[in-house]
Design a protein around this ligand. Structure first.
Ligand code: EPU
Length: 420
């Protein structure tokens, strides 16, 4: 296993190019299963998760080639069965269920199971499929969804924590080939859902309202091949903005979309990190001393849960008390005890973390527990005095394209070593 070894205390300076969005690329790659014609997807980040999704497409019978950020997929003939060994490794792989059901009228997909950040049920995905006329059976750890034909319907996808991103994607994809009109209410409004709808419409689907809580899908008989360029990764962009603030540096982000980052930019400004537009770029630098702020994670356009851990590292450096409340996932605070190893003073009270910020952090060996927690530890390590070894960075490699190389270019002293 590999680790990052970080020598902290160096402000980041320079330019970084933001990669394509992982969470947009995964369902878009899955959507290529909806047509027997070739598709070309560009700006796909080269990550273990996207490579894995390409493997899943191949296992279903598609031919796929991933080179230089472009994935070419041709799903001429596919099967509707995805094995446990494939699905369990990546929870996002559940988004193949909608396309399989849409195209083949059957999908047998292993239940993905929970993960470190929470239980992660798929009841809403299944409710959506059932509303379109599918019979759902759960047997031997697999979901079997089957329908003679899919028929458009009104589907309410609000759950205990609000809308579901991949659930919306799944139902939207299945509905593209259903008979009649599907109206998804309480749909997720995330930019990744909008990007998927743009791609599906390029394939010949008829979707309106993506980006709002009501999405209307008018079913069509067939979808055709299409080309698409994935949106920039707003979570990666947020991570670099926060890293600039945490190290008291100045970083220019090329290719980031400010319109996808409003909640993050607003909180960073409040915390004393200025984020300004410079032409097509975004520049982050400290405006004042860091200040404490309260942050609550919410569905889009609220503050993203995928940036909560990184923000906590920044607020651990801000003198005063910040309260971070996690409203999307029930156990997404695994980074707290690792940040404590670097000297942060953080207490968990129910869904909130009380950050008593302003203590100087000092380097230590720490363990990454999930993707975004890893990024938080890297940020804290770069802001800390001395050496930090972040172990288990395979989590980070799932979702950040060449993060160590990008940080090195910004002046960070970070290297990849074999974990001892
Ligand atoms: N939920 C249900 N029932 C469902 C589905 C979800 O109760 O059927 C609950 C979840 O347990 C959670 C909330 O609804 O409490 C939101 O979950 P959602 O379904 O939106 O999450 P997801 O679609 O499985 C995607 C991203 C996550 C990101 C969340 C929330 C991908 C591949 N994953 O997951 O990304 O945190 O949306 O924005 O798109 C990450 O990149 O690190 C990551 C975890």
């Amino acid at each position: 296993m590999e680790s990052f070894l970080i020598k902290g205390g160096v402000p980041l300076h320079g330019e970084v190019t933001i990669s394509g969005s992982k969470n947009a690329a995964l369902p878009i790659l899955a959507a290529t299963l909806l047509t027997d014609e070739p598709c070309v997807i560009r700006r796909v980040p080269d990550l273990s998760d996207t490579r894995f999704m390409v493997k899943i497409l191949e296992s279903l019978g598609a031919t796929a080639r991933f080179a230089d950020g472009t994935v070419k997929v041709h799903a001429r003939k596919i099967k509707g069965y995805a094995d446990y060994e494939l699905v369990r490794k990546m929870r996002g792989s559940i988004c193949i269920a909608g396309p399989l059901l849409g195209r083949l009228h059957k999908a047998r997909v292993s239940l993905p199971g929970g993960c470190i950040i929470g239980a992660r049920p798929i009841n809403l995905h299944l409710k959506g499929f059932a509303s379109l006329g599918a019979t759902i059976k759960i047997e031997g750890g697999y979901v079997d969804a089957a329908a003679k034909k899919l028929v458009g319907n009104s589907v309410f996808l609000g759950g205990r924590a609000g809308p579901t991103v991949l659930g919306t994607a799944n139902v939207m994809m299945a509905a593209t080939l259903a008979d009649g009109v599907t109206v998804i209410e309480s749909a997720a409004c995330e930019p990744e859902v909008v990007d998927l709808a743009v791609f599906l419409n390029a394939m010949g689907a008829q979707i309106t309202g993506a980006g709002s809580p009501t999405i209307t899908v008018t079913g069509v008989a067939k979808l055709h091949g299409a080309e698409h360029e994935v949106i920039p990764d707003r979570v990666e962009a947020a991570t670099f903005l926060i890293a600039a603030g945490a190290t008291d540096g100045e970083v220019t982000l090329k290719g980031a979309r400010a319109d996808h980052l409003r909640a993050v930019i607003d909180k960073l400004n409040e915390a004393g990190v200025a984020v300004e537009r410079a032409g097509a770029h975004l520049v982050a630098r400290r405006r004042t001393r860091l200040k404490p702020v309260d942050v609550t994670t919410l569905p889009y356009a609220g503050f993203p849960t995928d940036v909560q851990a990184q923000m906590m590292s920044l607020l651990a450096l801000a003198p005063g008390i910040s309260i971070i409340t996690e409203r999307i996932f029930e156990s997404r605070f695994m980074h707290v005890s690792e940040l404590a190893r670097l000297g942060a003073d953080i207490e968990i009270e129910g869904p909130s973390a009380i950050v008593k910020g302003g203590r100087a952090l000092s380097g230590a060996p720490v363990m990454a527990s999930d993707l975004r927690a890893s990024a938080a530890l890297v940020i804290a390590g770069m802001a800390a005095k001395g050496s930090t070894q972040v172990n288990r960075i395979y989590h980070l490699d799932r979702g950040y394209e060449r993060m160590d190389l990008k940080l090195q270019k910004l002046g960070a002293r970070i290297g990849r070593i074999e974990e001892k």
